[in-house]
Design a protein around this ligand. Structure first.
Ligand code: GAR
Length: 191
């Protein structure tokens, strides 16, 4: 079975959705490690509760040590608010995925939901993609659009987006684990 590491810095609702999908057998893999760079992050208590090993580290060479030690096959960025170095990304290219709360390549960055809402777009969404050296960038695996209706508030939009994230990310991870994703240049083919 493949070994997964989730990298997270915040609340960890995506982490929790992944834990659930592994527990109920939808994702057939081991969730072997949580890498967290923030000692105050809510995700830490979620990992403790789920009895998942935690690496509280910022330093990339330390992170690599943990990844090797735990024979990690897939790195899942779930609200990891730190740009990984080009060297790190090259080493693991094709084995790192990220989720972002907008329809990339629009509205990259830490405030994807707010930025799309303030811009006034009529559709936004969620993107899961392989990670390259740039921020919120790389071959797109799955994308789901969400309509921003009349009377939509930022709060209700956030809820809608998170709900979609919690379905889309486990689905993308399942495809990876089952060996169904192939990067062909800029595009990802799903078999
Ligand atoms: C998620 O909405 C994720 O898409 C976003 O951080 C949030 C983490 O929430 N990531 C980015 O904005 C990446 N640029 P969570 O800690 O509850 O999973």
């Amino acid at each position: 079975m493949k070994n997964i590491a989730v990298f997270a810095s915040g609340r960890g609702t995506n982490f929790a959705a992944i834990v659930k999908a592994v527990k109920n057998g939808r994702i057939k893999a081991n969730l072997s490690l949580l890498v967290c760079d923030n000692s105050k992050a809510g995700v830490l208590s979620k990992a403790k509760k789920a009895k998942i090993k935690i690496a509280l580290v910022k330093n990339e060479s330390m992170i690599i040590r943990y990844l090797k030690e735990n024979k990690i096959d897939l790195i899942v960025l779930a609200g990891f608010m730190r740009l990984l170095s080009p060297g790190f990304v090259r080493r693991y290219y094709g084995r790192i995925i990220n989720i972002h709360p907008s329809l990339l390549p629009s509205f990259k960055g830490a405030e994807g939901i707010k930025d799309a809402f303030s811009y006034g777009v009529k559709f936004t969404g969620v993107t899961v993609h392989f990670v390259d050296e740039l921020m919120d960038h790389g071959p797109i695996i799955l994308q789901q659009a969400i309509k921003i209706g009349e009377g939509q508030t930022i709060g209700s939009l956030e809820k809608k987006i998170h709900k979609v994230e919690h379905k889309l990310y486990p689905e993308a991870i399942r495809l990876f684990v089952e060996g169904r994703l192939k990067i062909a240049g800029r595009k990802v083919k799903i078999r």
